[in-house]
Design a protein around this ligand. Structure first.
Ligand SMILES: [Mg+2]
Length: 421
């Protein structure tokens, strides 16, 4: 071998060096214990130990949250306040308001954001945090989570429970198990074993209907579901069955996405002062909501693939319908059109009952890029003209109108421009 053995260029050499083994995923789910009640007690310690109902006391008030002491009497969230007070007349009714809860929620998220760069908020009081990068040199994920719990207690006077595991699903199941005031870590590789003895309904994706269907075929625990053939589950329950086969075995590769809920859905809803039974009125309100939602999308430079509506009947049954579109939309007109279709579908399949609450949401958000397909250009390309004599594609005209209205509202206020039906 000559003295001048050619050496690999430096970039190749570094690529050839053995890689550091990949660290196992460590995902934490943090969930504040009885958030609304806890905030009220942090503000007024005389409420500690008493039955507390958070919500508006008025005739149409609804319980947003009930303390453990009140739950013993049968009170629970989403219950009409009047009914809760009949069950537990000695309960204290409080409602500090969204500004106050929002402030606590932001402080909670600030602490999480100082712990890891990858925090995904999934509600005012819960978030996923990727702690994979929190290596042993700083005590690892467990020490990081303990530190969050200590800070939340000291700085906010609230209690947060948490679980660290190999995936979001397992961390979420575990944080429920950790309550009250607990921290659980599922050791690396033990996710499936941890889940196996737990009731099937503990899995977030198993709602009441799927739960019943699974019970009917003898599935009681998550382990029972893990023992079933994945193809059989998929054949029986479609997409939910496919996901169930994975989750029951502790497999869930869904990443924690920095940012979280505020980026994933935009919605508007209202509770009517009096239940509404007129379809025309519902359509009018849908349009207002869709208009606001569209305005938010345009301000954020985003488009949405999925449009949903939410309807709550006077008996509190709540249903939602959604539709995923071929192309992401941003124009108010497109959101209104889909929302109205969905409302028609509800009326057709469920009949029309007195409506208490109505909402519109968009999700599946993508960054704004004008994506015109040949459909949009349609008649324009063919050289024909639209009904109003213009050859412009309809989507473009809708968006120009939206831009003009958004501009006026930015200058003269939200109520300066109202759209016709
Ligand atoms: Mg909570």
């Amino acid at each position: 071998m000559s003295a001048h053995t050619p050496r690999e260029p430096s970039h190749l050499r570094s690529a050839l060096q053995p890689r550091e083994p990949r660290r196992p995923r460590r995902i934490a789910h943090f969930d504040l214990d009885s958030f609304f009640v806890a905030v009220e007690r942090a503000l007024d310690p005389s409420l500690i130990g008493k039955p507390v109902l958070v919500g508006h006391a008025g005739a149409r008030g609804v319980v947003a949250s009930a303390s453990y002491e009140a739950r013993k009497f049968g009170c629970h969230s989403a219950q009409p306040m009047a009914q809760a007070l009949r069950l537990c007349p000695q309960a204290v009714v409080v409602m500090s308001g969204h500004d106050v809860y929002g402030k606590y929620s932001r402080q909670f998220h600030d602490i999480l954001n100082q712990t890891s760069p990858v925090v995904e908020s999934v509600g005012v009081d819960e978030a996923y945090v990727d702690l994979t990068g929190t290596g042993p040199e700083v005590g690892g994920a467990y020490a990081a989570a303990q530190d969050v719990r200590r800070r939340v207690r000291e700085e906010l006077g609230l209690v947060v429970s948490a679980c660290i595991a190999g995936s979001r699903t397992v961390a979420k199941v575990g944080s429920d198990r950790a309550k009250p005031d607990g921290l659980l870590e599922v050791p690396v590789g033990q996710d499936a074993a941890f889940l196996a003895p737990l009731p099937i309904r503990d899995l977030p994706l198993v709602g009441p209907r799927l739960g019943e269907a699974l019970q009917a075929v003898g599935v009681r625990t998550i382990g029972d579901a893990a023992d079933l053939d994945a193809r059989w589950l998929a054949a029986q329950f479609g997409k939910a069955g496919e996901a169930l086969a994975q989750h029951a075995r502790g497999i869930d590769h869904t990443p924690v996405r920095a940012g979280g809920r505020e980026h994933r859905q935009i919605s508007r809803e209202n509770t009517f002062g009096q239940d509404v039974t007129e379809v025309e009125e519902l359509r009018r309100v849908l349009q207002q909501h869709a208009d606001r939602v569209g305005g938010d999308l345009r301000r954020q430079g985003r488009r949405a693939r999925t449009v949903s509506i939410k309807v709550r009947w006077s008996d509190f049954t709540t249903l939602s319908r959604s539709r995923t579109l071929d192309r992401p939309v941003q124009a108010t007109a497109a959101i209104v059109e889909t929302a109205r279709d969905l409302l028609d579908e509800v009326v057709r399949t469920e009949g029309l009952r007195p409506v208490r609450l109505l909402g519109v949401a968009v999700s599946n958000l993508v960054e704004d890029q004008v994506q015109l397909s040949l459909d949009d250009l349609g008649s324009g390309v063919a050289g024909a003209t639209a009904a109003d004599g213009s050859a412009r594609p309809r989507v473009l005209r809708d968006e120009e109108l939206d831009r003009a209205i958004d501009g006026l509202r930015a200058r003269f206020g939200d109520r300066s421009v109202t759209r016709g039906l």
